[in-house]
Design a protein around this ligand. Structure first.
Ligand code: BGC
Length: 545
C-alpha cells in the first residue's frame, strides 16, 4: 500500500508507539533493535496502523531508557546503524505506514560531546553556556543553587569537578543527573536542533514526537525561588512557570513549524506538553507543533460521566487550536491500561507497584474487558489515537519484576520510594514458547513472566475474539468508517455512552457491571459478544443505525 497523498493524514491517524529496545531483537543480544522492527513490518501492516512513533533509538548509556541522548543524529550501535534505519523506514513506507521519531530537546545526555566540552571548559565559557551551569551557594559553593527537586529524585542540581580537580559549578537537570538541561537562550542550541530536525526530515521521517515540550525555556534570574515539587499536582502552576510553559517556548516552535512546512508533505509533530489544559492549544496550533497529547482520558476514572465530560472538553479544546484531538490510554511512562482498569477506583498506583502488584488485588479479567471497551471507544472518536506496543495483545503490567532487574531511574534515584516504569517496558511476547517468547534468540533485557505465553502474538493470531483480532478488526473498520471530524452525542441510560459519527457509525459503551439493552442497529464489532440485543457490562459495541 502506498503512502496516502492526503496532507491531513495525521489528523485522524492510528499511531502505534514502538519502544525499540523491547519490540523485537534481531541479533540475540537481549535488546530490541531496528532490524527487529523491520522484521515485523508485515505484522504492523496487518494490524492496520497508519503511523509508527519510535521512542529514542539514538546512542545512549540508557540512564533513562534512551531519553538521555548522546548524539541526536545517529543510531545506537546496540540498535543498529543509519543504514538499518533507512531500510526500516523504506519498509514501513512501502506498507503505507508513516514514521515519527522522538525528539528530546529539554536535555541531552552527559555523554553528549557538547556536555563533555562544557566540563573541560572554564566557568563562563561559551561551552558552559550551552547548558545551565551556576555557582553553588554556601561559603565554598558547596550548596546547590536552589532547592529544586528533579522529576526523578531529590535534587535537580549536580556539582562537577573542574578540570583542575577542584569541586566546581553545579548544572541543572530536571530529570536524572545524566540528563543535563540545555540552555535554550543559546543560539547554537537552537541551530543545532534545527539541524537535527532537518537531518531526520531529509531522510524521509514524517513527523516528530516532542519530549517535555513545555520545559525548554526557563527564567533563571536570581534569586531562584523555592519549589516544593516539579509536579503540577503538588506545586502551583504559577510557581512552576519559571521552568515550564513560558511564552518564549512558543517562539521556538514557530521556527520549527517553518522548517516542517518546507517539506512536502509538511512534517508533523505532536507535543508532550504537561501543562494546564487551557494552555495545550498553544502547542497544538498550526503555527507551532500542530498537535499535542491529551492525557486526560488516561487519568480519567472508568465512568461514563467522567469519560463523556473529558471527551467533550477535549474535542472543543482541539477545535480552538485548529488541531485534531489526541487520545491516549497507555504509553511507556504509565501502568498499562488493562491493569489500571482492573484495580479498585482510587488505588494509589505507586503503592500497588511497590507491593509487586499484590495489594490491592488486580482483577485481571475485568481490567482487560474495560481496556478493550475503552480502546474501541477511543478508536471511534474523531482525532488521532496513540497506542502503545503490546496493548493490542491485552498485556497487563508486569508488576512483580524482581527489584534487581529494574532499570528505571525513578526506582534507582528515588531510593526505591517509587518502582517506576519498567513493568510496561518488558519485551513483547511473539510466540507461545521459545527463548524470550520469540522476542529474540537469547533472552530479554527485562524478565518476561510465564503468563506472556497466553498473551503472545502466536496465541492470539487468528483466534476470534482475541484482543489482537479485535484490534485488527477495529482498525480496519475505522479506516473504512472514518469521515469528517464530527461527533454527535446521543442520550443513553446511566453508566453508558452513545455517540454517532457521520455516515451512521455508532459507538455505544456500557461502563457499568449490569447488561443493558443495545440500541437498534446492525452490529459491526463488539469488545465482548453481544447476544439477544444485550450489551454486557464493560463493553463497547459499534453498529450502524
Ligand atoms: C518521556 C519519559 C522520559 C522523560 C525525560 C518524558 O516525558 O516520555 O520517558 O523519562 O520525558 O526525557
Amino acid at each position: 500500500m502506498a503512502l496516502s497523498t492526503d496532507q491531513n493524514w495525521w489528523r485522524q491517524a492510528a499511531v502505534y508507539q514502538i519502544y525499540p529496545r523491547s519490540f523485537a531483537d534481531s541479533n540475540g543480544d537481549g535488546i530490541g533493535d531496528l532490524k527487529g522492527v523491520t522484521s515485523r513490518v508485515d505484522y504492523l501492516a496487518e494490524l492496520g496502523i497508519d503511523c509508527v512513533w519510535l521512542s529514542p533509538f539514538y546512542p545512549s548509556a540508557l540512564a533513562d531508557g534512551g531519553y538521555d541522548v548522546d548524539d541526536y543524529r545517529n543510531v545506537d550501535p546496540k540498535l543498529g546503524t543509519l543504514a538499518d534505519f533507512d531500510e526500516m523506514l523504506a519498509a514501513l513506507h512501502e506498507q503505507g505506514i508513516r514514521v515519527f521519531v522522538d525528539i528530546v530537546p529539554n536535555h541531552s545526555s552527559n555523554r553528549h560531546q557538547w556536555f563533555q566540552d562544557a566540563l573541560k571548559a572554564a566557568p563562563g565559557s561559551p561551552e558552559r553556556d550551552r547548558y545551565i551551569f551556576r555557582d553553588g551557594k554556601g561559603k565554598n559553593g558547596e550548596l546547590p543553587p536552589s532547592n529544586w527537586p528533579s522529576h526523578f529524585g531529590p535534587t535537580a542540581w549536580t556539582r562537577i569537578t573542574e578540570p583542575d580537580g577542584t569541586p566546581g559549578q553545579w548544572y541543572l537537570h530536571l530529570f536524572a543527573p545524566e540528563q543535563p538541561d540545555w540552555n535554550w537562550d543559546n543560539p547554537e542550541v537552537r541551530e543545532d536542533f534545527i539541524a537535527t530536525l532537518r537531518f531526520w526530515a531529509d531522510r524521509g521521517v514524517d513527523g516528530f514526537r516532542v519530549d517535555v515540550a513545555h520545559a525548554l525555556t526557563k527564567d533563571m534570574s536570581e534569586p531562584l525561588p523555592k519549589l516544593k515539587s516539579l509536579d503540577l499536582d503538588k506545586e502551583s502552576y504559577e510557581n512552576l512557570r519559571i521552568l515550564f510553559d513560558r511564552d518564549e517556548v512558543h517562539e521556538i516552535y514557530k521556527t520549527w513549524r517553518k522548517v516542517f512546512n518546507e517539506y512536502n508533505p509538511p512534517r508533523v509533530a505532536v507535543a508532550e506538553a504537561n501543562t494546564i489544559t487551557k494552555r495545550r492549544p498553544l502547542y497544538a496550533s498550526p503555527e507551532e507543533l500542530g498537535q499535542a497529547f491529551s492525557f486526560d482520558l488516561l487519568f480519567a476514572q472508568w465512568s461514563a460521566k467522567k469519560f463523556t465530560k473529558t471527551i467533550d472538553f477535549n474535542l472543543k479544546l482541539a477545535q480552538k487550536s485548529g488541531s485534531s484531538s489526541t487520545w491516549v490510554l497507555s504509553n511507556h511512562d504509565v501502568v498499562r491500561h488493562a491493569s489500571r482498569y482492573g484495580l479498585p477506583t482510587g488505588t494509589n498506583i505507586d503503592h500497588w507497584l511497590l507491593s509487586d502488584g499484590q495489594t490491592p488485588r488486580l482483577r485481571r479479567k475485568r481490567g482487560l474487558a474495560r481496556a478493550r471497551a475503552a480502546t474501541m471507544l477511543i478508536l471511534a472518536l474523531p482525532g488521532s489515537t496513540y497506542m502503545y506496543q503490546g496493548e493490542e495483545l491485552g498485556l497487563h503490567e508486569v508488576a512483580d519484576l524482581p527489584h534487581e532487574s529494574l532499570q528505571d531511574p525513578i526506582w534507582l534515584r528515588d531510593s526505591g520510594a517509587r518502582k517506576g516504569r519498567d513493568g510496561c517496558r518488558v519485551p513483547l511476547p511473539w510466540t507461545i514458547g521459545g527463548s524470550s517468547f520469540g522476542f529474540g534468540s537469547n533472552g530479554a533485557h527485562l524478565p518476561q513472566p510465564m503468563w506472556f505465553a497466553q498473551s503472545s502474538v502466536q496465541a492470539e493470531d487468528g483466534i476470534p475474539g482475541s484482543t489482537l483480532e479485535m484490534y485488527r478488526s477495529a482498525l480496519r473498520l475505522r479506516r473504512e468508517l472514518q469521515g469528517a471530524e464530527e461527533l454527535t452525542w446521543v442520550d443513553s441510560p446511566r453508566k453508558t455512552m452513545h455517540f454517532t459519527r457521520p455516515g451512521g457509525w455508532n459507538s455505544f459503551t456500557n461502563f457499568g457491571k449490569r447488561p443493558v439493552a443495545m440500541p437498534a442497529g446492525e452490529i459491526l464489532l463488539a469488545s465482548k459478544t453481544i447476544t439477544d440485543g444485550v450489551v454486557p457490562g464493560n463493553t463497547t459495541v459499534w453498529f450502524r443505525a
